[in-house]
Ligand binder design. Structure first.
Ligand SMILES: [Zn+2]
Ligand SMILES: [Zn+2]
Length: 396
């Protein structure tokens, strides 16, 4: 290991792959990452890390640098897995039936460990500060918010003596992109995530006498269709919006008119104004459509995560760094999607970039699939880009 920022050596790559496989075998759900936290802590300690703290419940944070300047960069990896029964047939497949690292977060932790190992040996060469964070609960656990509440960004996590974070980087392995492609679009790249429940109430009755009842199923079916007009008729056509009903439950028998239907769904958006309008539009349409069919609608609406916005200058820095990283064959500046990501909470607080690292092999499967695979060559690309990004940030 010659310097802080040289590409990973063959021995380091072997450890990187080994770490990812260890983590892959022991997946844990959001905010239940106790064994993952313990494994990371033991591995970091074995690598010689000092002062690792538990932050955000099952998360970890540590800190490097001489602190001659205040410039502080946060590096973040998420830790959680999903309630999916793995079907990859890999010899290092999940040992926990019903749980799987099917989003690549095992790889994110391994990459950040490889970067952290360099910081353990060479962190004193950095004039400012680097805060390394292993974040729990990305898949719906709001783990980023928990870490922020524990003071990760303002220094409270280190008894008030921690540096104040002023920039952040993170990466996501991305199987739709082949290995060698890195993507860092400027501006919003991932959506704000809202979730909602609509309870449609009618008046039950005999299936053969619909005129004596108010059919909640017919009313709810109209509500589902009417909600699709939010994206097509209410939102500015230049603003991406998705409204999806993911579950529709009601009724008990073939000859009984249902009294109640419960709809659950999600809405996605990028823009602040359009996002703030969504609860109002959805409630208005659900209530008045239900009423038009003799029923009522009660709406519960939660804004879950904010949209993820890459700071244009920080995204440009990642693009420059990635182009100069061996193993990177092309840099994409356009990839955007309506999936959500709670790295968004860090990037709402400080400028930064969350970039995608292609991990799709010849048999690429989508994220969250029970057959999801990571081409492990992507782990080296991700680690090397991250190391170079740290170097560039501190002007090395
Ligand atoms: Zn995921
Ligand atoms: Zn993910």
């Amino acid at each position: 290991m010659s310097s802080l920022f040289a590409p990973l050596s063959a021995a380091e790559i072997a450890d990187l792959v080994h770490w990812r496989r260890c983590l892959h075998q022991e997946p844990e759900l959001s905010l239940e990452e106790y064994d993952t936290q313990a494994w990371l802590l033991a591995t970091l300690n074995a690598l010689g890390a000092l002062g690792v703290r538990k932050v955000g419940g099952t998360g970890l944070a540590l800190h490097f640098g001489r602190g001659e300047t205040d410039r502080t960069l946060l590096l973040r990896a998420d830790m959680d897995a999903l309630p999916i029964d793995e079907q990859t047939g890999l010899d290092f497949a999940s040992r926990r039936p019903g749980y799987m690292h099917a989003c690549g977060h095992d790889g994110h932790m391994a990459c950040l460990l490889a970067v952290t190992r360099r910081l353990i040996a060479h962190g004193h060469e950095i004039a400012g500060h680097v805060v390394v964070a292993f974040q729990p609960g990305e898949e719906g656990g709001r783990g980023a918010v928990k870490m922020i509440e524990d003071g990760l960004l303002d220094g409270r996590w280190l008894d008030g003596r921690g540096p104040k974070v002023d920039a952040a980087y993170g990466l996501h392995l991305w199987s739709p992109l082949p290995v060698g492609v890195v993507s860092c679009a400027p501006g919003p790249t991932m959506a704000a995530v809202d979730d909602f429940t609509v309870v449609v109430r009618g008046r039950g009755g005999h299936g053969a006498l619909p005129h004596t009842a108010d059919d909640a199923i017919v009313a709810a079916a109209h509500v589902v269709v009417a909600l699709q007009s939010i994206a097509s008729r209410r939102a500015d056509p230049l603003e991406p919006v998705v409204v999806t009903i993911g579950s529709f439950h009601g009724g008990s028998a073939f000859n009984v008119i249902a009294e109640e239907v419960v709809l659950r769904g999600t809405a996605r958006s990028y823009g602040k104004a359009v996002g703030e309008s969504l609860p109002k539009w959805l409630t208005q349409i659900a209530k008045s459509t239900a009423e038009a069919h003799g029923a009522t609608a009660e709406v519960e609406y939660q804004r879950y995560t904010v949209a993820l916005r890459n700071d244009p200058e920080m995204a440009d820095r990642i693009a420059r760094v990635a182009k100069a990283t061996p193993g990177v064959t092309s840099v994409d500046r356009t990839l955007r999607m309506m999936a959500g990501e709670d790295m968004a909470f860090f990037l709402e607080a400080v400028p930064g970039c969350y970039f995608f690292v292609g991990c799709g092999g010849p048999h690429a499967e989508p994220h969250h699939s029970p057959r999801f695979l990571v081409d492990e060559a992507a782990l080296t690309v991700g680690s090397d880009v991250m190391l170079n990004a740290v170097a560039e940030f501190f002007g090395e």
